[in-house]
Design a protein around this ligand. Structure first.
Ligand SMILES: [Zn+2]
Length: 78
């Protein structure tokens, strides 16, 4: 599910870039693209109860997700 949401973030980001007038703005470095996709993951977290009906599983999934993002950001931005 998170992978699907992540990839949807890339798709929406790419779709928005199509309407950019300046060609330079259509090309984004990998770290910027990952911010868009990771933002989609975060935007949807308040709806994750649809996929995790068990409260304990839901909290674990959110905690794991936030830890993953926090661990990725420093090295991803470098
Ligand atoms: Zn990605």
């Amino acid at each position: 599910m998170v992978t699907l949401l992540h990839e949807m973030g890339h798709c929406i980001h790419n779709d928005f870039k199509k309407s950019q007038f300046l060609g330079d703005y259509k090309e984004t470095p990998m770290e910027s693209s990952e911010l868009a996709s990771m933002t989609m993951e975060l935007f949807t977290m308040d709806q994750w109860d649809l996929f995790y009906p068990n409260e304990k599983d839901l909290l674990r999934a959110k905690k794991d997700q936030l830890e993953g993002i926090i661990n990725f950001l420093p090295s991803g931005m470098v």
